[in-house]
Write a protein that binds this ligand. Sequence first.
Ligand SMILES: [Zn+2]
Ligand SMILES: [Zn+2]
Length: 472
Amino acid sequence: MMTGDEYQQLMSSIRELLQAQRSCSCGRLHQTPTQQVIIAPGALSQLPEVLTELHLAGAALLVADANTYKAAGHVAAIILDQDSEDVRKLLIEPESGQSDVEATDEPVQIVQREAEGCEYLIAVGSGTINDIVKLAATRLAIPYLSVATAASMTGYSSGIAALRCGAIKQAIPATPPVAIIADIDVIASAPTQMQAAGVGDLISRSPSSTDWKLASLLRGDYFCPWIAQIVDQADQQCRAVAADIHSGDSQALAVLTAGLILAGIAMQMANTSSPGSGGGHLISHYWDMIAPVRGRTRNLHGLQVAVGDLICAALYEQLWPRLAEIDLDEVAARRLPAKEFARQTRDHYAPLIGPHAAEEVAEVALSKYAEDEELHSQLAALLDKPDKTWSKLAPLFTPAEELRRIYQKAGIPCTAAILGISDTELVNAYHFASCFRDRYTVLDLAYDLGLLDELREEVFADARVVSESTAQ
Ligand SMILES: [Zn+2]
Ligand SMILES: [Zn+2]
């Protein structure tokens, strides 16, 4: 049994969400297919109870990889065997030449094939295994349970599966698990880098929600204040225990796990990942996409997101004081015409991901390109009264310096070089990461105002993401 205020508050928020069907002032009906979440030491032993409670019976397929089977899969299998459940096991192996399993269509199809005749699936793992099983269960139209092995990301409870399709990583809508079992004894024995990544992903709610609100103010995108408030709660509780997470305190790990799951459910209920996936995430996705080209292994998502968020936070801080002086007519006259903008995007991406995928990216980028008149209507009010817009963003925003303090407490490396990312990749991500997702962020705003380039050095200096030795 866990005590502690932060943990109790997060668990009660999770329980409220699981039961609620909320007709919200944002115009959407918020609800979740997730029915049960257990976060506690020894939680694996509650698996049979959960199955009974959710009326799950008949044949099941338990899916893991070699690491996650060792971490929790074999214990889960023993518990289920003792309870006479009919559970088969499937260990997913990395593609030949790879050291880790990657979420692509192939393993999803393997799970679909092996699950023939099964009533439900059990995913034992974190990001990759969970995404593979989530998508397979969605395609088979059967429920799945998620057994968490690390507090590394918000994806357990989210309504999407991140799948690499060719060179591009796509966020595919998928049905979330009916139940999530997070055994804190298992999570505590995961590599500490995974928990640091979890903090990076969870703290990203603040910069991401700022982008989310920005998109709603400037482009009229959907925004829900209720969801923003829930993810903010998860973020704040986690900040309070960042140092204890780093030292492996199990209470603090339970807070982190609950925060990640709460934020994931909130995003799922909003039916968009915008509350937790802004400009910093796009930067991270860019690095993932080009990792194979650069011949380096992918970093943990949350660690890259942390560096990306430092950049975006510093960009907000550099950008805002300049808004009052901007002449929009001058901006419009100076900027690249749409065709040229698309060509530049294509030219950058083609050597990295091939001409076909680069064409797709250019199309997405073009869909965000506002023609002159549209640009005026989007930005006139902002440039007229930047303080007024800022007063709406400020409650969501965290300054770069403060983000850095939390990251340091949580043991997150704050420069790209430590993650094996070169200065060129850093610069390219800053310029081109916003192109491949139809999501408006501060990177787009700075680009539209013709300031992205101009502010780069100041932004990198403030964000302090360049390694000391190479800093200008
Ligand atoms: Zn709402
Ligand atoms: Zn994320």
